[in-house]
Design a protein around this ligand. Structure first.
Ligand SMILES: NC(=O)C1=CN([C@@H]2O[C@H](COP(=O)(O)OP(=O)(O)OC[C@H]3O[C@@H](n4cnc5c(N)ncnc54)[C@H](O)[C@@H]3O)[C@@H](O)[C@H]2O)C=CC1
Ligand SMILES: O=C(O)[C@@H]1CCC=N1
Length: 274
């Protein structure tokens, strides 16, 4: 990928994607990241060998792709400050912010931009990311291919045709690593209560999550069948699953994901003013 990529914002998500891009073979000097404080950039530069900048406009003026990776709450200020540079150079603009629609960001950037909205997740850092992408009408086929290539370097890519579906993607994958981390925390704690050393319980739980996900990915059986295959009639798993069903775990998960998508919609209303 010979394109120059600039990340505006160098926090958790940007550094996860940058780390994944470098592992996938992207030349570090083709990547620039910005943040207001040099102290935050120093470790990224020394660890990954990328270029860093505290001046967003200088960094964006060199780029074929500008990835907006700041918190949604400061996106307006950042975009308005970048509008002259983006208007002049017309790079492909990708926003990874939750709950901010492409038209609002485009307007803050001065309008008429090719915009891809992306909802990635942090496992991008280890090449196991899952990203949902949406393109506005100005994005060319080549730019669409470029956005796909960029995010496929760090995981899988699913395009959606309707922008509001990105709120569903946020619930299913963007926020979802946290659901699984919570599950790992809870399993470790329960393992300790059952008498295992914490590090043993953690290793067993992590390996089991990895094994189950890999099986689900590689098997031609659906997750319900794979679950059934672990459950001997009258056995231990059946007892555990019955407990989860009685405690309405499915409803809890569905409600949590509804709350996640609703929060994305509310953020959009709060931040865009419509
Ligand atoms: N953390 C996650 O799992 C995911 C986050 N996102 C989205 O990614 C975006 C970033 O989130 P995180 O990386 O978690 O936040 P973060 O707080 O870790 O990173 C934000 C970065 O922006 C920088 N920044 C602040 N003001 C700036 C300015 N004026 N110019 C340039 N950089 C500036 C900060 O110094 C920091 O490096 C958000 O919009 C979030 O919705 C999307 C998917 C997943
Ligand atoms: O929690 C958040 O708002 C961000 C967006 C998706 C994951 N983290």
């Amino acid at each position: 990928m010979a394109n120059k990529i600039t990340f505006i914002g160098a926090g958790n998500m940007a550094s996860a994607i940058i780390g994944g891009l470098i592992d996938s073979g992207v030349t570090p000097s083709d990547i620039t990241a910005t943040a207001p404080r040099e102290s935050e950039l120093e470790s990224l530069r020394s660890r990954l060998g990328i270029t860093t900048q505290t001046d967003n406009n200088a960094a964006a003026s060199q780029a074929d792709v500008v990835v907006l990776a700041v918190k949604p709450q400061i996106m307006r200020e950042v975009c308005e400050d970048l509008s002259d540079t983006i208007g002049k150079h017309k790079p492909l603009v990708m926003s990874i912010a939750a709950g901010l629609d492409a038209a609002t960001i485009d307007q803050w950037l001065g309008g008429d931009n090719a915009m891809v909205r992306c909802m990635p997740n942090t496992p991008s850092l280890v090449g196991r990311g899952a990203s949902g992408l949406y393109a506005n009408a100005r994005v060319s086929d080549d730019q669409r291919a470029l956005a796909t290539q960029l995010m496929e370097a760090v995981g899988i890519v699913e395009w959606v045709d309707e922008e509001p579906l990105l709120d569903a993607v946020t619930a299913v994958s963007g926020s979802a690593p946290a659901y699984f981390f919570l599950m790992l925390e809870a399993m470790e704690d329960a393992g300790v209560t059952l008498g295992l050393p914490a590090d043993t319980a953690r290793r067993l739980a992590i390996q089991t999550a990895l094994g189950a996900a890999t099986m689900a990915q590689q098997s031609d059986k659906d997750p319900a069948t794979l679950k059934q295959n672990v459950m001997s009639p009258g056995g231990t798993t059946e007892r555990a699953i019955q407990h989860m069903e009685d405690a309405k775990l499915r409803t809890t998960i569905a409600d949590a994901m509804q709350a996640c998508a609703k929060r994305a919609q509310a953020m959009s209303r709060e931040l865009s003013g419509h």
